[in-house]
Ligand binder design. Structure first.
Ligand code: ADP
Ligand code: MG
Length: 633
C-alpha cells in the first residue's frame, strides 16, 4: 500500500530477535503463553476502561480471545478484543524495548537460561519469533480511526501500513504467525488446543480455539458461521472419521464438517474457590501465569479476610529474587494485583504492600471498594489501608511459618516408617537447605530494609532475621538461637561489622570475646547494622557493638579489683600517650581529617594485639563510617 512505512528496530530488539530466531530451544511453546498473556492484558485494559466509560466497548462487547490455525497458509492467529494499538503504539510497543530488560534477558540466556525466561524481562512478544519467521499484527483501538498492520520478518526492520481491508476488527488485535518449518506441529488441532489450555487456565476471559466438528445436516441451519463452513468443507471431510461416527453414519449418513469455537479455559477465578478444592499444581500454575516466573513459588497463602472489610487473596513468595530487585528498590511497585468484584483495577500499586515486600506476588479481590475508583482515590481510601495491613500480616505469618518449620524440622524426621523408599526421601530432605534458608538467601536485604523502615512490624521481622556469628560455623542463625547460647550473666547481644567474615575474625577487638567464649554476631552486609540499631534490643537484650568503646563485659569482683590496680599502675603511660597523640592530631593530615583523640586507656579487651583503636559508644562504627562515605546508606 502507498501508506506503507518501513521502520528500523531499536538495536536491542535486533540483538534479541537474532537470538530468538536462531535459538535451538526445544520449549518453543512459550510463545503461546506470551501471546495469550498479552491478549489477556489488553482485555483487562479494555474492561477497566469500560468501567470508567460505558460507551467504551461500542459494538465489540465480548471480551475474549480466539485462536485459530490455517493448515494451508501455515499460520496461527491469536485474536483478542482488547484495547488494541494505534499506529504509534505499534511502532513503540513492537519496535522498542526497555534496554535493561533486553540486556538482562541476553545475559540470562548467555548464562544458560532458557527461552522460558522471556516473559520476565518485558519482551515476551518477540517469543513469536521462536516459531515464526514472519509475524503480522493487525490492530484497531478506539484512539485511532484507522486499523493498521505491523509486519516483520525479523530482518532488522518492520513495516506499518493502513489496513487495506478497512477496520475489520472493531476493536482489538490479531497476531498472525507464519510458522517456521519446525513449528508446523502447531497446525495440529490437538497440539494447539493442548498448549492453549495449558496457558489459559487462569485467565479471566474466555479463550476459544477453533475446532472441527461433525454435525447433522439439519443442525447446520442454526449455525451462523455458514460461509466459512462451506469453504472448509471438502478438505476436512476425509480425516475426521472414527468408529463412533461410522456407527452413526449407518443411521444417519448426512453429516458435515463445521468449525466451532471451543472454550479451553474455565473462568472461575481460583481465589474464589475453596482452598480444599485447589490442587498444588493449580496454585503453581496460577502463580506462573500472574508472575511470569518460570519456577514454582516457594510458598503461598490463600485466605478470605472477614470482618469489617472482606476480601479474598492468594499471596505467593517466589523462589528467586528478580534480577533488578535491589537496583529498583526505591521505585518498584508492589505487583499484587488488585481486583474489585473480579475486575482488575490495578496491576501495580504502591499502597497495597510496603516497599520492602514488593517481591510478593498475588491477587486481592475486594467487594467493598467502588469499581470505578481512581488511582488517586484509592491512595486515600481507608479500606485500602485496612487491606494493606492485613496483607502484610499474612505475608509475615507465612514467613514466620517457613522459619519455624525449618527450625523445628530436624527433630520430627528421626522416627519414620519402615519403608525404605520413604526413609531415603527424608534423608535427602534433611541434607537439603530448608525453605527459610533458601528464602533468606534471596530476600534478606528486603527484610533488613523492612526492619529498618517498618516501625509497626519491626519486632515480627526481628524473629526472621539471620546472622553469621562467631559460633555459627558459616551458617546464618536466628537471634533466638543466639539467646539460647548466651551465658547466664550476659546482658547484651554483641555484634561487629566489617567487609567480610574473614577480616572480622582477625579484628583485635574480638579477642577478649573469643577468650571469654562470648558469641558475637558478625555483620558483613551494610544493611545489618542500621537494622540492629533500629531494633535497639531483642527480648530485652541490648545490641552492643564490640567495636565501640565502653563495652561492658560482665566480670567478677576480683577481676574488677585487679583491673583498677593495673589501670592506676599504667596511668603515667596512658597520660603520656594521650598528650603525644593529641599533639599529633593538631597538625598535618590527622588535623585535616578531623581526627580527635578522646581518651587513651588500658583495655580489657585485648589478649594478643598490643593496641586497638575504637570509636566512642555514641559515634559511628568504623564500618558504618565507610558505608556512609560510600553513600550506600
Ligand atoms: P510486556 O507484555 O511485558 O509489556 P511484551 O513484549 O509481551 O511485553 O509486549 C510489549 C507491549 O506490546 C505490551 O506492553 C503492549 O503494550 C503491547 N502489546 C502486545 N500485545 C498486545 C495486544 N494483543 N494488544 C494490545 N497491546 C499489545
Ligand atoms: Mg507480554
Amino acid at each position: 500500500a502507498e501508506s506503507s512505512e518501513k521502520h528500523e528496530f531499536q538495536a536491542e530488539v535486533n540483538r534479541l530477535m537474532d537470538i530468538i530466531i536462531n535459538s535451538l530451544y526445544t520449549d518453543k511453546q512459550v510463545f503461546l503463553r506470551e501471546l495469550i498473556s498479552n491478549a489477556a492484558d489488553a482485555l483487562e485494559k479494555a474492561r477497566f476502561h469500560s468501567v470508567q466509560d460505558e460507551t467504551f466497548l461500542g459494538d465489540t462487547k465480548d471480551l475474549e480471545v480466539k485462536i485459530e490455525h490455517d493448515a494451508d497458509a501455515k499460520t496461527i492467529s491469536i485474536i483478542d478484543t482488547g484495547i488494541g494499538m494505534s499506529k504509534a503504539d505499534l511502532i513503540n510497543n513492537l519496535g522498542t524495548v526497555a534496554k535493561s530488560g533486553t540486556t538482562n534477558f541476553l545475559e540470562a540466556m548467555a548464562e544458560g537460561g532458557d527461552a522460558n525466561l522471556i516473559g520476565q524481562f518485558g519482551v515476551g512478544f518477540y517469543s513469536a519469533f521462536l516459531v515464526a519467521d514472519k509475524v503480522s499484527v493487525t490492530s484497531k483501538c478506539n484512539d485511532d480511526p484507522v486499523q493498521h498492520v505491523w509486519e516483520s520478518s525479523a530482518d532488522a526492520s518492520f513495516t506499518v501500513v493502513d489496513d487495506p481491508r478497512g477496520n475489520t476488527l472493531g476493536r482489538g488485535t490479531r497476531v498472525t504467525l507464519h510458522l517456521k518449518e519446525d513449528a508446523h506441529d502447531y497446525l495440529s488441532e490437538d497440539k494447539l488446543k493442548e498448549s492453549a489450555k495449558k496457558y489459559s487456565q487462569f485467565i479471566q476471559f474466555p479463550i476459544y480455539v477453533k475446532v472441527k466438528k461433525e454435525v447433522d445436516v439439519e443442525a447446520e441451519e442454526d449455525d451462523d458461521d455458514d460461509k466459512e463452513d462451506e469453504d472448509e468443507e471438502q478438505k476436512d471431510d476425509v480425516e475426521t472419521k472414527d468408529e463412533e461416527e461410522k456407527d452413526e453414519e449407518d443411521k444417519k449418513p448426512k453429516k458435515k464438517t463445521v468449525f466451532e469455537w471451543e472454550q479451553v479455559n474455565t473462568q472461575k477465578a481460583i481465589w474464589l474457590r475453596a482452598k480444599e478444592d485447589v490442587t498444588e499444581e493449580e496454585y503453581n500454575e496460577f502463580y506462573k501465569s500472574i508472575s511470569k516466573d518460570y519456577l514454582d513459588p516457594l510458598a503461598y497463602t490463600h485466605f478470605n479476610a472477614e470482618g469489617e472489610i472482606e476480601f479474598k487473596s492468594i499471596l505467593f513468595l517466589p523462589k528467586k529474587a528478580p534480577f533488578d530487585m535491589m537496583d529498583n528498590y526505591w521505585t518498584k511497585k508492589s505487583e499484587v494485583k488488585l481486583f474489585v468484584r473480579r475486575v482488575l483495577v490495578a496491576e501495580k500499586f504502591d499502597e497495597l504492600l510496603p516497599r520492602y515486600l514488593n517481591f510478593v506476588r498475588g491477587v486481592v479481590d475486594s467487594d467493598d471498594l467502588p469499581l470505578n475508583v481512581s488511582r488517586e482515590q484509592l491512595q486515600q481510601n481507608k479500606i485500602m489501608k485496612v487491606i494493606s495491613k492485613k496483607l502484610v500480616r499474612k505475608v509475615l505469618e507465612l514467613m514466620k511459618k517457613l522459619a519455624k518449620d525449618e527450625e523445628s524440622g530436624g527433630d520430627d524426621e528421626e522416627e519414620e516408617s519402615e519403608e525404605k523408599e520413604e526413609k531415603e526421601e527424608k534423608k535427602e530432605k534433611k541434607d537439603e537447605e530448608g525453605l527459610w534458608t533458601k528464602f533468606w538467601k534471596e530476600f534478606n536485604k528486603n527484610l533488613k530494609m523492612g526492619c529498618y523502615e517498618d516501625d509497626s512490624n519491626r519486632s515480627k521481622l526481628s524473629k526472621l532475621l539471620r546472622f553469621y556469628t562467631t559460633k555459627s560455623e558459616g551458617k546464618e542463625v536466628s537471634l533466638d538461637k543466639y539467646l539460647d547460647r548466651m551465658q547466664e550473666s550476659q546482658e547484651s547481644i554483641y555484634y561487629m561489622s566489617g567487609d567480610s567474615i574473614e577480616t572480622m575474625k582477625k579484628a583485635p577487638s574480638l579477642q577478649i570475646f573469643l577468650k571469654k567464649d562470648l558469641e558475637v554476631l558478625m555483620l558483613p552486609d551494610h544493611l545489618d547494622e542500621p537494622c540492629l540499631q533500629k531494633l535497639a534490643d531483642y527480648e530485652g537484650k541490648k545490641f552492643v557493638s564490640i567495636q565501640k568503646a565502653d563495652v561492658k563485659l560482665d566480670e567478677t569482683e576480683e577481676e574488677k579489683k585487679k583491673f583498677t590496680k593495673i589501670k592506676d599502675m599504667y596511668k603515667p603511660l596512658t597520660d603520656w600517650w594521650k598528650k603525644k597523640l593529641t599533639d599529633l592530631t593538631e597538625s598535618g593530615a590527622m588535623k585535616e581529617a578531623g581526627v580527635k583523640v578522646e581518651k587513651v586507656e588500658v583495655s580489657k579487651r585485648l589478649t594478643e594485639s598490643p593496641v586497638v583503636v575504637v570509636t566512642s559508644q555514641f559515634g559511628y562504627s568504623a564500618q558504618q563510617e565507610k558505608v556512609m562515605k560510600s553513600q550506600a546508606f
